[in-house]
Design a protein around this ligand. Structure first.
Ligand code: PEP
Length: 249
């Protein structure tokens, strides 16, 4: 039996934006047709959640955050909880983006705890995994990604098809260098096999590719059998480009 997986195109605005620039971008996104085959979403900086909520409420585009706290509430200065996100109507959240692993020292164990909290609150955790260039050059790419996934085994088992995994090779993020469709497909197939080995809903889990996706290379990447859409950084900041990527999904 063929399992139909949700296709997603998710924008990661990173630490970009202003009220004025976002207003233009969001106004462009609300033109996305509701019947689009892919689920569209944007992950915005916290101060802009209210703006995304107001602009996107009647649209086909979902919104979410780029991180959350592993704690429920309390003395965690600077952190934001899952319930705060759901109060703003967020439906998804990135966890374990390589920039958080790199600049904020997030371990795979912390990433797993965040994903579990997100899941429990009803959010879709988008678990980001990926190897550095040094790890790829050392022939360790699949081992590194398998270790990152193994830390999230409980979440993959408990969340089943509600969990989304984004493969983002660190060397392809914001560099203009994209994994070739066959490189990306090979890793996505390995990820799906690893999710099955860990007891997750492998066939039903949406696996996204991220790393310098543009309108010009999206169709070829998304045509790969194990790639179910994309996590888009830089190209998600221009509505026409983001919607063209969505159309390719
Ligand atoms: C990202 O930050 O998740 C990302 C994929 O960035 P970019 O598309 O700019 O490479």
């Amino acid at each position: 039996m063929t399992v139909r997986r949700a296709r997603w195109v998710i924008g990661n605005w990173k630490m970009n934006g202003s009220l004025a620039a976002n207003a233009t971008l969001l106004a462009g996104l609300v033109t996305a047709p509701r019947a689009d085959a892919a689920r569209l979403a944007v992950c915005v900086p916290y101060p802009y959640l209210a703006q995304a909520q107001a602009a996107l409420a009647q649209s086909a585009v979902a919104w979410g955050a780029q991180d959350l706290s592993a704690a429920a509430s309390g003395a965690y200065t600077g952190q934001v909880s899952a319930t705060m996100l759901t109060e703003f109507g967020a439906s998804l959240v990135l966890v374990g983006h390589s920039e958080r692993r790199q600049y904020n020292g997030e371990t795979s164990a912390l990433v797993a705890a965040k994903a579990a909290v997100a899941l429990a609150a009803g959010l879709t955790p988008v678990i980001c995994v990926g190897e550095t260039l040094a790890e790829r050059d050392a022939g360790r790419a699949q081992v590194v990604v398998a270790e990152q996934l193994a830390a999230c085994a409980d979440v993959l088992r408990d969340g089943g098809a509600r969990v989304v995994v984004a493969y983002e090779p660190v060397w392809a993020i914001g560099t203009g260098r994209t994994a070739s469709p066959s490189e990306a497909q090979a890793m996505h197939a390995a990820i799906r096999a690893e999710i099955a080995r860990l007891g997750g809903a492998a066939a039903a889990t949406s696996l996204l590719y991220g790393g310098s996706v543009k309108a010009s290379n999206a169709a070829e990447l998304f045509a790969q059998p194990d790639i179910d859409g994309g996590l888009i950084g830089g190209a998600s900041l221009v509505a026409a480009e983001f919607l063209a990527i969505a159309a390719a999904a």
